[in-house]
Design a protein around this ligand. Structure first.
Ligand SMILES: *Cc1c(COP(=O)(O)O)cnc(C)c1O
Length: 861
């Protein structure tokens, strides 16, 4: 008999143990080893099965709890850890110091994401994007940022992966019941659960309950539609992450964006907290939050602004981060679907009253008029936008360049913040203990990494060996479990106890089975791979993991190909595929692998973070120069796999890059690992590990990433936001009026003609030329434009590169009879060889971040 539903009954904690309640539900335990030790001391076996404190306390039984309530040693540790947590939650941190020293920072930041990977006990993530969001919250907590996370609580989360006997992926969706999760309902002043409402098509109302998960100091608000107030179909909206069709997705994204803003408003009102002055969209999925904020501002109960002024105000305080250059990774909805959901009542949106439907549709416009593009909406709603590595910033400027016609990619106003990972989560505690001579904790993450500089090589090597050994035990355990699931009998699985060896070079490859990640590149030449795996003196062992999206048959076929290869008797002790890659497996992989392999199709990997987590454990990256590795590889912290950039035949490109990978392994990586001195230590290898820990480590930290966001994005966005909203939105009215004026004038703005003077007959480097331009400003004033002389290298097609731009000013010659204005500047010739120049005009305003922002430019022609 099967249960229809289930729920978890929490244990009643005896009074002396009451502090366990907060210690077990505040997710800070997940990055605090001492608190984990406390849980392990309650019941080591129960703890080991799920590393889930809420479940542990429910399962442990009243007898054990009574015993603990009388155990002085336990109570003393409990007391220490409880006050440590209070100290963590209340002590001023980096952010408070910044504010105290006079820096202007936001009062509050709302951070929206469709997935959050904080811990495996709250499985509402699928992979990189969600874990990044989780690391963002944790680092924000460590730094003391006043940030509120906003997302959805999924009834089934993301799927759990297992394999059939022939290696095909199957999916299970365990039911997550909120009582068993580290979440609690947000309650209003009367103690009633808070719900938010969102209008659906056909005048139906979607209700969502608001939960909260405590991520250290950060509240994470999670919306849940699975409540009795809703019809069955609406209850299903938050059933699965990335499940279902586009209709399902738009439902989820409307709930997250529109409902999410409403949840934040309720939460800050009830708790008397400042309203966020910055909103951060982690990827375009949450973009509808901007439309809801416009609704707030146009509503008579709000500021009663017109749409354009409201948009200007929202833009100023919105940060948008794009996470993928892969077109399939971007949400695009049929425009008719968006129309239906936002509703049309005589041209006005019914979902967001007071806004014209056409204006909403315009936010997601792209070149295909039948499609609504969520990334384009993000770019239009965020005055500050970024990619997630330097290379991805450049790729995004190229990819979204058409939204800024007339501008070179370099000028497209999309910046970058390179992702980072949360060291207390991803760096094995062994490293901190090594740095502090066995004591856990005490050192900051950067100090612990810096300390690696002086740790003796044998100690570093010993730690690497211990981590590899732990991984091997986990590999064997998981492989056996998977074998049983695949239908083998225990008797047939004896061999799994002998897979992998302690002193063998261990390579890890774990990631989603997306095509561009090329899961099977390593199988390009199976003979060559086998030779590496089975070498008598210097073998290699390879652990592979990753999920394919449930609808991705191609991805599942790639997994099957690996599994079948790894199933063969001759190699199965040296290569394994472990099903169900998630955070709990990931920790072992990042700790234990000596080499972390990544071979995406450049430049499709926006950043990639698994290699960073490996680096924090002394893993050496062996990777295509893509994403973060493109900017942080220094030849001493790993190896760059040469890319066949420009080879358009994909088969040939794969062949070339696979060959380069084998060659590196055979000739460089393997020999170095096995180059062991008489003391048993591979000194040159260990020096690379040391170098990785203390030089690369500090660069890949989520705390570095969150500080970058705080300083370069949140603080300026808060300042812009206040600049446009103070004095009853005077700035927003002014800027939006300016924009309208520019829109109208621009078709007539012209550079009528350009003259140069002052050059000698034989121009030399540094000779000065005076450029003057007659510009028809079409009614704009000279202060409203930026006129620039652009000088640079010129090629046969007259294309300019390596340009130097100089601002031109109004010449005393004044206005001409034809109404144009003369702008002039003297420019020294910046280079030898063929040099060209032109003149361009762009609108400028102190409330813009960038002269490219309005995507308006006029050139001399
Ligand atoms: C870090 C992580 C990812 C993302 O890794 P990429 O290198 O970006 O592919 C995916 N899944 C898990 C479980 C992770 O920990």
């Amino acid at each position: 008999m099967k249960a229809l539903r289930h729920f978890t009954v929490r244990a009643h904690l005896p009074e002396p143990l009451s502090a366990l309640a907060e210690l077990s539900t505040n997710l800070r335990w997940s990055w605090h080893p001492a608190t984990q030790d406390l849980f392990a001391s309650i019941d080591a076996d129960l703890w080991a099965t799920g590393k889930d404190p809420v479940r542990l306390l429910a399962d442990v039984g009243p007898q054990r709890l009574s015993a603990l309530a009388a155990d002085d040693g336990f109570l003393r540790r409990l007391d220490e850890l409880a006050s440590d947590l209070q100290n963590y939650l209340n002590r001023p941190r980096w952010f408070q110091e910044q504010v105290a020293s006079g820096n202007r920072f936001p009062r509050s930041i709302a951070y929206f994401s469709m997935e959050f990977g904080v811990s495996e006990v709250l499985p509402i993530y699928s992979g990189g994007l969600g874990i990044l969001a989780g690391d963002h919250l944790k680092a924000a907590s460590d730094l003391g940022l006043p940030l509120i996370g906003v997302g959805l609580l999924y009834r089934y989360g993301y799927f759990r992966q297992s394999l059939t006997s022939d290696g095909w992926q199957t999916e299970r969706y365990p039911n997550l019941d909120p009582q068993g999760l580290p979440v609690r309902a947000v309650l209003d002043a009367e103690g009633n659960p808070v719900t938010v409402r969102v209008l659906m098509p056909d005048n139906r109302v979607l209700h969502a309950k608001v939960w909260i998960a405590d991520v250290g100091r950060i509240p994470l608000l999670l919306l849940d539609s699975d409540i009795p107030d809703n019809d069955t179909d609406l209850r299903m909206i938050t059933d699965r992450l990335y499940g279902g069709d586009q209709e399902h997705r738009i439902n989820q994204e409307i709930l997250a964006g529109v409902g999410g803003v409403r949840a934040v408003r309720e939460y800050t009102r009830i708790n008397d907290l400042p309203a966020p002055d910055v909103f951060h969209m982690n990827e375009g999925h949450a973009g509808f939050l901007g439309a809801e904020r416009i609704r707030e501002l146009v509503s008579p109960a709000g500021a009663g602004l017109d749409f354009d002024t409201a948009l200007t105000a929202v833009r100023a305080s919105t940060v948008f981060t794009t996470h993928t250059p892969v077109p399939a990774g971007i949400d695009r909805f049929p425009i008719d679907m968006v129309r239906r959901y936002f509703g049309d009542d005589g041209g006005q949106s019914t979902l967001l009253p007071g806004i014209e439907l056409a204006r909403i549709l315009e936010l997601g416009r792209e070149k295909d008029p039948t499609v609504f593009n969520m990334a384009h909406m993000g770019l239009r709603l965020g005055q500050r936008t970024n990619g997630v590595s330097k290379l991805h910033g450049a790729v995004s400027r190229e990819m979204f360049g058409p939204l800024w016609p007339g501008f070179d990619a370099a000028q497209v106003p999309i910046g970058s913040v390179t992702n980072g990972v949360h060291a207390p989560t991803w760096s094995s505690r062994r490293w901190a203990e090594l740095a502090t001579d066995g004591e856990s904790g005490g050192l900051t993450e950067t100090d612990a990494l810096a300390a690696m500089k002086d740790v003796p090589a044998e100690q570093i090597w010993k730690t690497r060996n211990e981590l590899r050994t732990e991984l091997i035990a986990e590999v064997r355990r998981r492989l056996r479990k998977s074998g049983l699931e695949r239908g083998y009998s225990a008797a047939e699985l004896g061999w799994t106890a002998g897979v992998f060896s302690a002193r063998v070079l261990t390579i890890g490859f774990a990631r989603r089975a997306a095509t561009y990640k090329r899961l099977t590149l390593m199988l390009r030449d199976t003979d060559r791979l086998k030779a590496l795996l089975l070498d008598k003196e210097r073998p290699v062992q390879l652990v592979v993991a990753g999920k394919a999206h449930p609808a991705d048959e191609g991805g599942k076929a790639l997994i099957q190909k690996i599994v079948r290869f790894a199933d063969a008797n001759d190699v199965r002790h040296r290569i394994v595929f472990l099903p169900d890659y998630d955070m709990s497996m990931a920790r072992y992989l990042y700790g234990g692998c000596d080499v972390w392999l990544n071979n995406p199709l450049r430049p499709m990997e926006a950043c990639g973070t698994s290699g960073m987590k490996s680096a924090l454990n002394g893993g050496l990256n062996l990777s295509i120069l893509d994403g973060w590795w493109d900017e942080m590889s220094d030849n001493e912290n790993g190896w760059a796999i040469p890319t066949a950039d420009g080879v358009t035949d994909e088969v040939r490109r794969d062949d070339l890059e696979a060959a380069a990978l084998y060659e590196l392994l055979e000739n460089v990586v393997v020999p170095k690992f096995y180059d062991v001195g008489s003391d048993g230590v591979p000194t040159r290898w260990v020096e690379m590990v040391r170098h990785t820990l203390h030089t690369l480590g500090p660069q890949v930290l989520a705390s570095r990433m969150v500080r970058d966001y705080a300083e370069q994005f949140y603080a300026p966005a808060a300042i812009s936001g206040h600049a446009v909203s103070d004095n009853d939105f005077a700035g927003a009215r002014e800027l939006s009026g300016f924009r309208a004026q520019v829109d109208e004038a621009w078709p007539s703005v012209r550079v009528r003609h350009v003259d140069t003077a002052g050059l000698p007959d034989t121009p030399l480097l540094g000779s000065t030329m005076t450029i003057s331009a007659h510009v028809d400003l079409a009614g704009l004033s000279p202060e409203q434009v930026l006129v620039q002389a652009v000088v640079g290298r010129v090629d046969e097609e007259e294309n300019l590169s390596q340009v130097v731009t100089t601002t031109m000013s109004v010449s005393s010659g004044g206005n001409l009879s034809d109404d144009s204005t003369i702008f002039e500047v003297a420019v020294p010739l910046p280079m030898t060889g063929p040099v060209g120049y032109t003149v361009r005009v762009m609108p400028t305003h102190p409330l813009l971040t960038n002269t490219a922002e309005l995507a308006k430019v006029a050139f001399a022609n």
